[in-house]
Design a protein. Structure first.
Length: 348
């Protein structure tokens, strides 16, 4: 008899709509929907998607505790043996929801779960220790590669089969150490790796170190009263209406906006496009994220020489490191061209 599996997806993959439908509450449908049909094929008859739970990304992000319980109750109705969430690729809110759903059903229902995300999805660091996360591409282009791996990992859990190393199975390392007996002692293995390294031969370390992007700091500004200071934000503060249509997650662009003639910004002039935090307080007073009022005050008091009349904004939620690095380089060059001496970068 095939295992019963529940599949969690967002409003986009359910075919309901995009950002305009991101506030829909959780709902359940019988059988497979969207990528769930590919899951059924990948299960090869050993398991079947008996139900699909759909929830809008914004609804989950804005009502985490409530949404978590609503989804848990819907999962219970199907009396499932396991759960698959996503894959979410590089969608930040979707990844967070998938990770949370997997963690919740694992703890509350004691059933195995698996999801899939791009390595830079913020949901990875939040949930990698509590659930299996298959490493995926950064967009839905990687669906055909992600689904079979997710299906295989869930089936292994359902059958009680041991899972191998992350690089063997295709899931993101969980930071869990497992004891094993090696044929050679550590000193011998270390010497073998050293010899290979000296010869330029390929080898795999047993303890990979994290790679840090180290940037030397610039020298301090000696006299701020003569400095031109600008604001840059990843908090998504944009003019009312979001004229450049900066995405709420995984931003593909940044905006460049004038503050000329504005002593402050307000709910009437600006809002946040960010989908990764509760926008209520930022929309009520955008200065909380982009402190234009405070900067004007500092300039008027002579604490700083001049406040730059242009600010730059994007959304940090789920935005890839590559895109963020490119935005930073372009913005830095523009600020340099305008003889800006210092930048205050605000987030959420």
């Amino acid at each position: 008899m095939a295992f019963k599996v529940v599949h969690y997806i967002n409003q986009f993959f359910a075919g309901i709509g995009g950002e305009e439908k991101a506030n829909i509450p959780p709902e359940a449908r019988n059988g497979a929907v969207g990528p769930g049909m590919a899951l059924n094929q990948a299960f090869g008859g050993d398991a079947e998607v008996v139900g699909t739970i759909i929830c809008g990304d914004s609804y989950f992000a804005d009502n985490i505790e409530k949404a978590r319980q609503e989804i848990l109750e819907l999962v219970k109705q199907f009396e499932a043996d396991g759960l698959v969430a996503g894959p979410a690729f590089n969608a930040g809110r979707y990844g967070t929801a998938c990770g949370d759903v997997c963690e919740t059903v694992g703890k509350e229902l004691s059933i195995p779960a698996v999801t899939g995300m791009y390595t830079e999805n913020p949901g990875v660091d939040m949930y990698r220790k509590s659930t299996y996360i298959v490493e995926t591409a950064d967009s839905a282009r990687g669906m055909k590669n992600a689904v079979p791996v997710m299906a295989r990992i869930l089936l292994k859990q359902l059958k009680g089969e041991p899972l191998g190393k992350p690089e063997e199975e295709g899931y993101i390392p969980r930071g869990i150490r497992v004891n094993f007996f090696a044929e050679k002692i550590g000193a011998e293995r270390a010497l073998e790796m050293l010899v290979k390294k000296l010869k330029g031969e390929p080898f795999t370390t047993e303890y990979p170190m994290p790679a840090f992007d180290r940037v030397p700091p610039n020298p301090p500004i000696e006299d701020m009263s003569q400095a031109t200071v600008a604001l840059v934000t990843s908090g998504g503060i944009v003019p009312k209406g979001n004229p450049d249509h900066i995405e709420a997650s995984s931003a593909s662009k940044y905006g460049e906006y004038s503050l000329e003639g504005m002593e402050s910004i307000s709910a009437e002039t600006h809002e946040t496009a960010h989908g990764g935090y509760d926008p209520t307080y930022a929309n009520d007073d955008p200065n909380r994220v982009l402190p234009v009022d405070a900067m004007r005050e500092l300039a008027n008091e002579g604490v700083i020489g001049r406040f730059h009349e242009t600010y730059y904004s994007t959304v940090g939620n789920g935005t890839s490191v590559d895109n963020a690095s490119r935005y930073g380089s372009e913005i830095a060059q523009k600020l340099k061209d305008h003889n800006v001496d210092a930048v205050i970068v605000t987030s959420t």
